[in-house]
Write a protein that binds this ligand. Structure first.
Ligand code: EZ4
Ligand code: CO
Length: 405
């Protein structure tokens, strides 16, 4: 079963997605997600020019060797563009292997460790009340875990709550260049503690609550926030600080028992080796699409398990339904699965292009029982929604200093 053809599609059903389709000479094909938000065309070019020509004619069963060939073999290791390309090829090859074996991918990984995958939804709002009302709606849908984000009083826009747009992750079509958002740690602090105090008051102790700081605090500020939030018992505090110096998390850890999560921008295990090994974090949030696919994430999960760190894969809307499916297969298998971020099935157009995939209900999800990943991709429907250039926002302090977004 040799690789006959590799095609790269880019479509924009409300936001951009890069999809890889590998076809074999047996007729079996596989799909992978290579979406890198705001840098989509770099991955498309890399796949078409640098990756696809080297794989034509190779056995589609050689997932491991192809992974090593694209990682070690290129000399230029790591990197978001490179790893997204490897990820898409890897997912497509697992999809193919599953179809050839007649088994869903989670069975190839070792079978189920749980009945279903627990999800957490997003509740955001421009006031604390609005955020808590959104949370109540998710609880009514059956969610047992919700991420809360509320606008910072005195700032025109905040991560998770984007000014004039309905949702911060929508295509930035009206903004030809990266939108800019101001940030003030001081203004943020009071509001965020009040948000969680009010959430516990309204929802009681049972509901699992989460929060994404989006890397805007320094390590000592993160330590302080973790301490202030301890009474409200978060499931985890996400991306409190950047961990380019992984040891920063030792400082945060020494000060707070609020569980810590990080990793959605990481491309390899090396980005979080010390974080995991030293048990400075509780959840590793790497995504199959940005960290080298199923092959790589499986290794991360096994490494993390040794140190009591659970996987909680990134589940933002800029990961395509193919990545969501890959995550559900990994989450069903991983003995150390924690929780999966989930923001819905996407726009109507998105649901027409990517079909089947995962089953969601009552705040839980299951992978498809179909062989492979279980997602279908409608090429004609995708062609109706061409690529639109769009950038992620940038963040600046009130004096104009560029800050982490
Ligand atoms: O900002 O996926 O937890 N989710 C997040 C996301 C990220 C986007 C970046 O492309 O932090 O919303
Ligand atoms: Co995040």
């Amino acid at each position: 079963m040799n690789i006959r053809d590799i095609k790269v599609f880019i479509c924009s059903p409300g936001r951009n997605f890069v999809t890889v389709k590998i076809t074999t000479d047996s007729g079996i094909y596989g799909l992978g997600d290579a979406t890198l938000n705001g840098r989509e065309m770099a991955v498309v070019t890399y796949l078409e020019e640098c990756v696809a020509p080297c794989l034509i004619g190779r056995s589609a069963h050689d997932i491991e060797d192809i992974w090593q060939y694209l990682y070690r073999g290129v000399y230029w290791r790591k990197g978001a563009v490179n790893m997204a390309a490897i990820a898409a090829i890897d997912m497509a090859l697992w999809d193919i292997k599953g179809k050839a074996a007649g088994l869903p991918v989670y069975q190839l990984l070792g079978g189920r460790s749980r009945r279903a995958v627990t999800l957490y939804g997003h509740a955001s709002g421009s006031t604390i009340d609005e955020t808590l009302d959104h949370c109540a709606a998710l609880v009514a849908e059956g969610y047992s875990a919700v991420r809360l984000q509320s606008a910072v009083a005195g700032l025109p826009a905040t991560y998770g709550v984007l000014g004039d747009k309905k949702d911060y992750f929508e295509l930035q079509g009206s903004r030809p260049l990266p939108p800019e958002e101001p940030w003030s740690t001081k203004k943020y602090f009071n509001g965020v503690v009040e948000l969680f105090r009010r959430a516990r008051e309204r929802f009681g102790p049972e509901l699992n609550l989460l929060h994404d700081v989006h890397s805007r605090l320094t390590p000592i500020e993160s330590a302080r926030l973790g301490k202030l939030l301890e009474p409200y018992d978060l499931l985890f505090l996400e991306d409190a600080s950047i961990a380019e110096n992984q040891q920063s998390y030792e400082l945060i850890r020494q000060h707070t028992t609020t569980p810590l999560a990080i990793g959605e921008t990481y491309n390899t295990l090396w980005d979080c080796k010390e974080l995991i090994q030293n048990q400075w974090i509780d959840y590793i949030r790497m995504a199959a699409t940005h960290a080298g696919g199923i092959t790589a994430l499986r290794r991360v999960a096994d490494f993390a398990a040794i140190y009591n760190v659970k996987i909680a894969p990134h589940g933002a809307p800029d990961l395509s339904p193919i990545c969501v499916a890959a995550h559900m297969h990994l989450n069903s298998w991983a003995p150390n699965f924690g929780i999966q971020e989930y923001v819905g099935a996407g726009s109507d157009a998105c649901q027409q292009i990517f079909t089947n995939g995962v089953t969601v209900g009552n705040g839980m999800a299951s992978p498809s029982e179909a062989p492979g990943l279980g997602v279908e991709f409608d090429e004609q429907a995708a062609a109706q929604h061409p690529y639109k250039r769009s950038y992620l926002p940038v963040s600046r302090l009130e004096d104009g200093t560029l800050w982490h977004w």
